[in-house]
Design a protein around this ligand. Structure first.
Ligand SMILES: Cc1cc2nc3c(=O)[nH]c(=O)nc-3n(C[C@H](O)[C@H](O)[C@H](O)COP(=O)(O)OP(=O)(O)OC[C@H]3O[C@@H](n4cnc5c(N)ncnc54)[C@H](O)[C@@H]3O)c2cc1C
Length: 416
């Protein structure tokens, strides 16, 4: 193998997004597709998620994370995608020259198209600046998942969880099932961050208390955590005086958010959306730099892996078309997130094919509607019995609706 390689499509990150993009790029006609993964196996974060619920949208059945990943691993192998494991991508240029580091040393790859699918990492104690000592026993949810589910190691017996996002909730249940005492889940926001179903399945069913508008203000312990101080917070997140209380525990599990791994995206100079921190893309998942595509959690944090797969398959097909023909439809129709929505993706569309829009609302709401408008007129309305910031909303706009778009502008908003 030479130190300089040429590929039609290079996919960075072998998680579910990268696997789906690589498999579809190959099926769409790219002759050499490279899948570059820094870990010693593909599957990404799914390798440590042994609970079920993956695949309900794509396969109509609830698989575990490793089962779901294995289907796509077989697919890339069957389609002769070249997978390079233990290969860390350290640089990508605007001209799609990729530099990788592995036990074979430094190598470069000249790629016709590049798909960015590097996923997310977790926020740590340093990222949230919690006061106190520096004992062992403070973990991120993903680290606990890895110790328990991959290495079969217990992390502690008496656990406080900070953060009620889905990952924190799932880990509360997992720890309880493994015999640990889960003292409580503390959530700084006045409402839970995870989806309603997980509140019931993971907390209520296991009698685990949830304290809202509450955070950890201090960690105690010398060599090992001996407890944490919880305090209530006001509407501006400031600590409420007189609400401090000590809670004994030997483990603090932090589930305080994910950071999309967009360091390479930013280094390339791709335009990003400050609300998602991911690239701004069109309906082909094309970024602002020609020939570079983005999908999966690095683009937007997904609550359901199936949707990460579906979006990445489209990115992979588009990357193959770009690499082999240099042509994709122009995406001139500008899409804007209106009232009630944090963001909507894609940011521009071509109007040549149906589009699956993904979006998140600012707040929990009931009996509302997602309304697409152009030139002040409604293009589509979809009733939403329930919406919450934790749940990604996905709405398909069929090709026929595009006839109603005027002045190349489309707004998506929450309405009645
Ligand atoms: C801690 C955690 C827990 C989660 N728990 C759940 C859950 O319980 N249920 C659920 O439905 N969803 C869960 N999710 C979300 C779900 O796992 C994602 O939807 C899905 O994994 C996204 O796939 P991805 O391929 O975009 O990212 P990932 O699965 O994170 O894969 C990204 C891959 O890119 C690789 N990579 C990154 N940078 C480089 C580089 N520079 N060079 C080479 N390789 C690189 C990484 O090693 C990794 O393998 C969780 C996510 C996290 C982070």
């Amino acid at each position: 193998m030479s130190a300089h390689e040429v590929a039609d499509v290079a996919v960075i990150g072998g998680g579910p997004a990268g696997l789906a993009a690589a498999a579809e790029a190959k099926a769409a006609g790219a002759s050499r597709v490279l899948l570059l993964e820094r870990d010693d196996r593909v599957g990404g974060i799914l390798n440590q998620q042994v609970h079920d619920g993956f695949g309900t949208k794509v396969f109509g059945e609830a698989l575990t994370g490793p089962e779901y990943a294995a289907i796509y691993e077989d697919r890339v192998n069957d389609r002769d995608v070249e997978t390079w494991l233990k290969t860390h991508v350290i640089d990508v240029t605007k001209d799609r020259l990729i530099t990788v580091h592995s036990d074979k040393g430094l190598r470069t790859i000249e790629a016709g198209s590049v798909v960015l699918s590097m996923g997310c990492r977790e926020r740590t104690r340093g990222a949230i600046g919690t006061a106190g000592t520096r004992p062992s026993g403070v973990f991120t949810a993903g680290a606990v998942q890895n110790y328990m589910n991959v290495r079969n190691l217990a992390v502690g017996r008496k656990v406080v969880i900070l953060g009620s996002g889905d990952i924190g909730l799932i880990m509360a249940r997992r720890l309880k099932l493994e015999g640990a005492e889960v003292v409580c889940v503390a959530e700084i926001l006045p409402q839970p961050s995870g989806i309603a179903g997980n509140m019931v399945r993971c907390l209520e069913d296991f009698d685990i208390p949830l304290f809202l508008s509450t955070t950890v203000v201090e960690i105690h312990g010398k060599s090992r955590v001996t407890g944490v101080t919880l305090a209530e917070v006001g509407p501006k997140m400031g600590e409420k005086k007189g609400t401090r209380r000590f809670v004994e525990c030997d483990t603090l599990l932090l589930s305080v958010g994910l950071i999309p791994e967009n360091e390479l995206t930013n280094k390339i100079g791709i335009i990003t959306n400050p609300l998602t921190t991911g690239a701004i893309v069109d309906d082909s998942f094309r970024t602002s730099v020609p020939g570079i595509f983005s999908c999966g959690n690095v683009l937007q944090v997904h609550d359901v892996v199936d949707y990460a797969t579906l979006e990445s398959e489209k990115a992979g097909i588009a990357a193959a078309i770009w690499a082999t023909t240099g042509k994709l439809p122009d995406a001139d129709i500008k899409v804007t997130a209106g009232e009630g929505l944090r963001y909507v993706l894609p940011a521009t569309i071509s109007g040549t094919d149906s589009v699956d829009f993904t979006m998140r609302s600012w707040k929990e709401d009931h009996n509302r509607a997602i309304i697409f408008k152009s030139g002040g007129e409604e293009v589509r309305r979809l009733r939403m019995p329930h919406m919450e910031p934790a749940g990604m909303i996905r709405v398909r706009l069929g090709k026929g609706r595009f006839r109603r778009i005027v002045n190349n502008e489309l707004t998506v908003e929450v309405g009645d």
